[in-house]
Design a protein. Sequence first.
Length: 167
Amino acid sequence: MLSKNIESALNDQVRIEAESSQAYLSMASWAETHGLEGISKFMYAQSDEERAHMLKMVKFINERGGHAQVTELKAPKTAYSTFKEMFEELYKHEVFVSESINELVHISLTEKDYATHNFLQWYVAEQIEEEAQAKNILDKINLIGDDKGGLYLFDRDIQQLTANKGA
């Protein structure tokens, strides 16, 4: 059985995961309208993944005797001056999500809710992967600089990253 405090904190995370999905969907749409097919496919896949994270948490809350809440979401940013700016936002967002997950882990330990603590370990591992991937992508973008040929190859490579992740 979830305490009201943990249920509330988990519901806050449900909203964060839903907003993450929306943010990536908005990024996908922006990239698609700017001819960045690979980046848009990557962002669509990221959006789906964040929604899956949200659903996993919804089911956990409900299975543990709580009531998962579907709430209003903050509208995501819809335009970027460059694809680099977009990926910088993505990285900052992943760091924010990691901090939020870490706070949830802290609350679960404080309340000695080891079932929730155990459940959250999957999210901890996932966030390590997400942050590393975002940082790696930013490093590549910084290597490219303003080289249009580099952007073309990057767009193609990131599409391959999406294909490999699904495999």
